[in-house]
Design a protein. Sequence first.
Lengths: 114, 114
Amino acid sequence: AQSVTQLGSHVSVSEGALVLLRCNYSSSVPPYLFWYVQYPNQGLQLLLKYTSAATLVKGINGFEAEFKKSETSFHLTKPSAHMSDAAEYFCAVSSNNAGNMLTFGGGTRLMVKP
Amino acid sequence: EAGVAQSPRYKIIEKRQSVAFWCNPISGHATLYWYQQILGQGPKLLIQFQNNGVVDDSQLPKDRFSAERLKGVDSTLKIQPAKLEDSAVYLCASSSEIWGTEAFFGQGTRLTVV
């Protein structure tokens, strides 16, 4: 079985500040890990993914995430928040023996203050 | 390239009525998924198709939910009869391969059961 825990259902940062969204996973096999963003009334858009290559993964819109096996973490960061980053962010895991079926965390709503 | 198309975007029905959602995946994508996203939660996989065969439907409430992908392209998800707790956004996604590749999501159908 696999699971994802996102610490903090709501995160508020000031524009220009560091964004850090936390994700911890549980998987019995080497995982594929994903971060998706969801804007209001929209579907999910892939930000980045880890598929056992480099542990530091760079995605779109200046986001990156680092896979840390020892900590079972895949935290999402961005050096400087923009107002347009305000959205819901979901971490997800998929294991080899489950195909591409994603197990999502509960999501973190990012608010950016001017 | 056209994205994943879903219809309708919104649907309001009374409990015990039936409802159907339609999904047209990205052309050439063999894998299709239906997710249920309850307000404030991450999406939960209901069913995964590979072409017109079911890969996993372990989380589909089969007493009231059904899904089909007869020709390996379009898919429909049906609920009969609907319950209040079925109120959610139903997301369709597709991917070109089954192992660890990006799933592209549609905008979803927001169902309200009253």
